[in-house]
Design a protein around this ligand. Sequence first.
Ligand SMILES: [Zn+2]
Length: 511
Amino acid sequence: MPIAPEHLALLYTGPFDAYLYGRNSRDPKMKGSSVDDQMHEGREICNDNGWPIKREFTDVGRSASRYAKRERKEFEEMIAGIEAGDCRILVAWEASRYYRDLEVYVRLRNVCMQAGVLLCYNGTVYDLSKRADRKATAQDALQAEDEAEGIRDRNLRTARLNAKAGMPHGRILWGYARRYDPDTGDLVEQYPHPERAAVVTSIFERIAAGETEYSILQTLRAKGDRLPGLRWENHHLRSMLRNPSYKGSRVFQGAELGEAKWPGLVDAETYEAVQAIIKRPERRTMGSSEIVHLLSGLSRCGECPTAPPLRVLKCRGYKAYQCSEKFDTVMREEKLDAYVEEAVIEWLQSKAPAAAFASEDGQRKVEAARLRHAQMQAQLDEARAKAAKFGPDGKPKLSIESLAALETSLLPLIEEARAQAGVLVGVPPVLRGIIGRSDVDAIWHNMSLEQRRSVLRTVVDIRLMKARAQGVRTIEPGRIRLTFVGEPGFIGWRPGPVLRRLADEPETESR
Ligand SMILES: [Zn+2]
């Protein structure tokens, strides 16, 4: 029976002097490097099992007829060596290397059988003096004609060797470019693509900063196609964000094999931060492409007592927000979006948010700091005035030394109080840098959909009411009820329907 190379020494006595045989691939895409790969793999098998390499035979350019003569010579030399008992085992790449045709196989079989030489290929050792092994190799010889299968195996092995050596293999990774040797066609290096590499880096950084795949996808699409004629899709991002090759690790069949020969586009820290984010369960359930509307799920039906969220539905050819429960309220998407955005921008520009977010306790502290600041400032002003005034004795009413001492102790305290007095207490992070600015409009338009939604979620409660009558196109007063944070009746956002009835809502009789 065929045996594994590592068991050979248990069943046979050595030494196992080896012949290595490599042959150029017929696959034109493999270029000239595969003979080296074969020899490399063969040497590895020999070294792993302690088989001394007696001689190496490499055939190159098999397909070119002018080499055919030389190749035959190499092959004949190998046969002669085997016959002479120069080796104990013949290590080759795969069956198809030996028997491109059955005639060659029969010759090789007979010579190995007579000389008692073992045959090793495809990671298995065959003893051709045994019937079962002859049968197995004969089958392999027949199958060797199945060129496609042979090439598939070979490519897999090449991929594994490349991965081991830290070289890239397979399709080029988006964000990189490759340089090939103009003569041999061999891959020389994989390097960051002059334009695309920065895109990859920013995608990782934006995810690490908390942005969603969806919003990144929007930006990418706005900038252009991923490849000419192929737009960016969510799955591109998904596989990119999970690919350790981008931090400069080589990967083979899902396993990281260490440092690659190409530079990473993302540092390991950012990469790990991204892994932690994309593995969060809520991220998986909340499909990143689900949210495409500003107010879906954030606005609620004002007619139903449980205030179910509005969902976007196609309605007579246009998209509209609708009550997700009774479908009793409906408004065109752009209309509701525009109304809410305008109102929220106006509110953000007003003084209302600062007041809303200063908690009572915080407000008291701010007030106290303002008072303290004013008192100390007055004290210092008074001292300075005194120091500038001179008494009848011709001396300043306050000595320069005293003023200096007072300034030294007061100035830091004044500075501290000023800082405390100016602080907005309890402003959620999402609103920092927005509140109280006069250019909220511009800021808003530069925000991503996600950022806008988090602002809305934080500051406003949106209820859609029924229209007075069918066909009323304008937004009549009371049609959209906005309750901002700090106003009575504001309910913070939470998913699903609001089960608690609002205090100011009229009681609805249950029947
Ligand atoms: Zn409803």
